[in-house]
Ligand binder design. Structure first.
Ligand SMILES: [Zn+2]
Length: 140
């Protein structure tokens, strides 16, 4: 069963149900189709409803994904703008800030898993970013 959105010459929209595309062609050819509003036999087919819905939901999914990616990139950029890259000195610098030996600021850099764990145990807040590599590639 397929559903077509149909439109007559007077732009009345209605649905037609057919067993197949051939069934639709046959009914058109034999002028069996008439507009339920004005009884016109000048009927044309619009995009089929199921296909239209599918296309729309795919587009929505795609754009949602793009939105999430764009938002993530935007946040990464914001974060990069607001933080100072201390590279390999991350653990050392995070400690200096924590113990007020260095001016308080946001920093980013590289830390090993052990270093990050040690920092957390000392009560220093660190936020691991598994997407840091990806962000680095895209931002540079
Ligand atoms: Zn009509």
């Amino acid at each position: 069963m397929i559903v077509y959105n149909l439109m007559c010459e007077h732009q009345h929209l209605f649905e037609g149900w057919f067993t197949s595309a051939e069934d639709y062609d046959r009914q058109i050819a034999q002028k069996l189709l008439t507009c339920p509003v004005c009884s016109s036999q000048q009927i044309s087919k619009q995009l089929s409803a199921p296909r239209l819905n599918l296309a729309q939901s795919e587009t929505i999914q795609e754009s949602a994904q793009q939105l999430v990616q764009a938002e993530m990139l935007r946040l990464m950029r914001q974060w990069v703008d607001k933080t100072e890259d201390v590279g390999e000195r991350f653990a050392e610098e995070a400690r200096r800030i924590h113990y007020q030996e260095a001016p308080e600021r946001g920093i980013r850099g590289v830390a090993s898993r052990e270093e990050a764990r040690a920092l957390l145990e000392e009560g220093i807040e660190v936020m691991p970013l598994p997407i840091a590599e990806m962000a680095k590639q895209k931002l540079q």
